[in-house]
Design a protein around this ligand. Structure first.
Ligand SMILES: [Zn+2]
Length: 146
């Protein structure tokens, strides 16, 4: 199982995410809806953006929600990264709204990552937690610097 994960090449989320954001790359709205989209309260999205590492990678674009067709308003995306700084294919969306409902906020995930540790107990006790996503093979290793 672990050997399979180590051999697997994870998706290039920098490239994959363009299919979902459109905007600055495609100059139009994407056709694919954001995967695993969940609406969130505005305050919770603001808090996530304010948290370290979640607000640093901001992109403009469009986010199509499941079931939407035609024109969609523009959005700002706050993309999450691995500790190594690579996009992990998840993030938050703040969609502009000029009506009484205001902005629409939520999160999405191209993959619902699930950490599979590959390190030893000794490594883990020193704060080094190597591992990969069970589903896509993304390197999710964490060095807590203990
Ligand atoms: Zn994954």
């Amino acid at each position: 199982m672990v050997d399979d994960l180590l051999r697997r090449t994870p998706p290039d989320y920098e490239a994959v995410i363009r299919d979902y954001l459109g905007g600055q790359w495609n100059n139009n709205a994407p056709s694919k809806p954001l995967p695993h989209f969940e609406r969130m309260a505005h305050a919770d999205v603001l808090n996530a953006i304010a948290a370290a590492y979640h607000g640093k990678n901001c992109r403009e674009g469009y986010g199509r929600l499941p079931g939407e067709t035609g024109h969609v308003p523009w959005s700002m995306f706050f993309l999450r990264t691995t500790q190594g700084g690579q996009l992990d294919g998840t993030g938050y969306l703040v969609r502009y709204g000029n009506g009484p409902e205001g902005p629409l906020t939520g999160r999405f995930a191209i993959c619902r990552h699930e950490f599979a540790p590959t390190g030893t107990r000794e490594q883990s006790m020193r704060g080094w937690k190597p591992g990969y996503c069970r589903h896509c093979g993304l390197d999710m290793s964490i060095d807590s610097g203990d």
